[in-house]
Every structure is written in C-alpha cells, then in structure tokens.
Write a protein that binds this ligand. Structure first.
Ligand SMILES: C[S@@+](CC[C@H](N)C(=O)[O-])C[C@H]1O[C@@H](n2cnc3c(N)ncnc32)[C@H](O)[C@@H]1O
Length: 230
C-alpha cells in the first residue's frame, strides 16, 4: 500500500479505499495563525462526535457542507446570502481556516461553523445519511498528472459517500478552472449514476476571491457543475 493510502472500514459509510486528496504541508504556523485559531475557533467549532445540527448551530435549518473551504470567501458569502441555512466548512489547511475565522468574525455570519480535518472522515463518521441539503466543492486541488489522478477528491468512493449524505434532491456543487478536472468530474458522475447534472450555472452568491480569481487571472475558463441527487 502506497504512502498516504489506507483502507477505511466504517459502519456509517462505504468501506472503500481512501487516498489523501491534499498535499502534506510542513513548516511552522505563524503567530498570527495561532492567535486567530485560539481566539476565533472555539465559537465556530462543532462538538466532538456525530454532528447534531441543533447542538452545533442552535437551530434546525438546511445544512450545507463546504469541502476545502480555503480562506472561506465562498463560505462566508453563502452564509451572508442564505441566513436561513447553516454551513459547515471543512479544511485541513490551518492558515486558510485561520484567515476565514478572522473574516467571519468581521462579517458576523452566525450560521457558519468550521471543522479541521479530512472531509472524507467528517462525511463518513460524523454526518448522518440523508441529512445534508448541499455539498460544495470549489476549486479542489487539481492533481493534473495521470499518475496522481487517484488523489483527486472526486472519485467513485467520495461520490458514493456524498450521495449517501445528501437528502433526496440535495445538490453537489463543483467549480473548477481545470479542464481535466471538469471532464474527470463529469465522467465520475456519469459512471456513478443517480445524479441529474447541469453545467454552466454559476451561483450568483459566490465571490471570485481565492482560487477562482487565480484561474481567471491565468486566462482559464471556470466550469460549474450542479449534480442533484436523483
Ligand atoms: C485549491 S484550494 C481551494 C480553496 C478554496 N475552495 C478556494 O476556492 O479558494 C483546495 C483546498 O482544499 C483543501 N482540501 C483538499 N482535500 C481536502 C480534504 N480531503 N478534506 C478537507 N480539505 C481538503 C486544501 O487544504 C485546500 O485548502
């Protein structure tokens, strides 16, 4: 078994092979990152264990999960424009999350919660089947080389996991500035089946900050996928 691979055996989700979809990062966290995490994370963190949305958000509302939120511009904008929804943002990258937490503090957004870690384990172990209104995946790490294709977050395994966590009619939104990732995602959705797929609809609430802006500056087209659980 190659480095970074392991087999996931779980009762709450599919038991399939998991491969890390993000690059391992080394190096120390800055004092600013640590200060922001210490100051802002406690009020946005969710209790350990399986997610109880009422306990985590203090109310019952449609739940959205954003995978790989980075510094959180999309998550914050969604929360601002959808005050009647709750959004749980997840990422493994501490400096990005720390930046999001500081921005969220300025923005208010009482409907935003944050958790650190791999989204696969969050979905598999902590999110009840059929309980999620939408899953967002914006500008995922591209892993363009064919020999790294297994690292792309979108895979038969994660599509099955996401499908199982979505409520009937729930949506999986993907945006990418990478042609190969667009084709890869469409193919994976087609192979998985069970999705009604619409392409080219840009969510009006999503700002272009972050990796979208980077892609646009480089002259790349932005591709949007909305896959609704059939
Ligand atoms: C290219 S960045 C995009 C960030 C942000 N969505 C944006 O559009 O600016 C991809 C992000 O996904 C995160 N990521 C990759 N795989 C992940 C996983 N399995 N679970 C949680 N976060 C992940 C990375 O740490 C990184 O912050």
């Amino acid at each position: 078994m190659a480095h970074g691979e392991m087999t996931v055996h779980g009762t709450a989700g599919p038991a399939r092979e998991w491969i890390r979809s993000y690059a391992a990062r080394r190096g120390r966290r800055s004092a600013l990152t640590l200060e922001r995490m210490e100051r802002f994370l406690p009020e946005r963190a969710i209790p350990e264990g399986p997610l109880d949305p009422v306990q985590a958000f203090g109310r019952s509302a449609p739940l959205v999960i954003e995978i790989g939120c980075g510094h959180g511009a999309a998550a914050i904008a969604y929360c601002r424009t959808h005050p009647d929804h709750d959004l749980l943002a997840v990422d493994v990258h501490t400096p990005g999350v720390a930046r999001m937490l500081a921005a969220a503090d300025e923005a208010g957004v009482p409907n935003l919660r944050v958790t650190m870690g791999d989204a696969v384990f969050l979905l598999r172990d902590r999110i009840a089947p059929g309980s999620v209104h939408a899953v967002h995946l914006f500008f995922p790490d591209p892993w363009p080389k064919e020999r790294h294709a297994k690292r792309r977050f979108v895979s038969p395994f994660t599509l099955e996991l996401i499908a199982s966590r979505l409520e009937p009619g729930g949506a999986f939104l993907v945006a990418t500035d990478q042609e190969h990732y667009f084709a890869h995602t469409l193919e994976a959705l087609r192979e998985h089946g069970g999705w009604d797929v619409v392409v080219g609809e840009r969510p009006s609430w999503r700002p272009t900050a972050g990796f979208e802006a980077k892609g646009m500056r480089a002259g790349r087209a932005i591709h949007e996928i909305r896959a609704v659980r059939a």
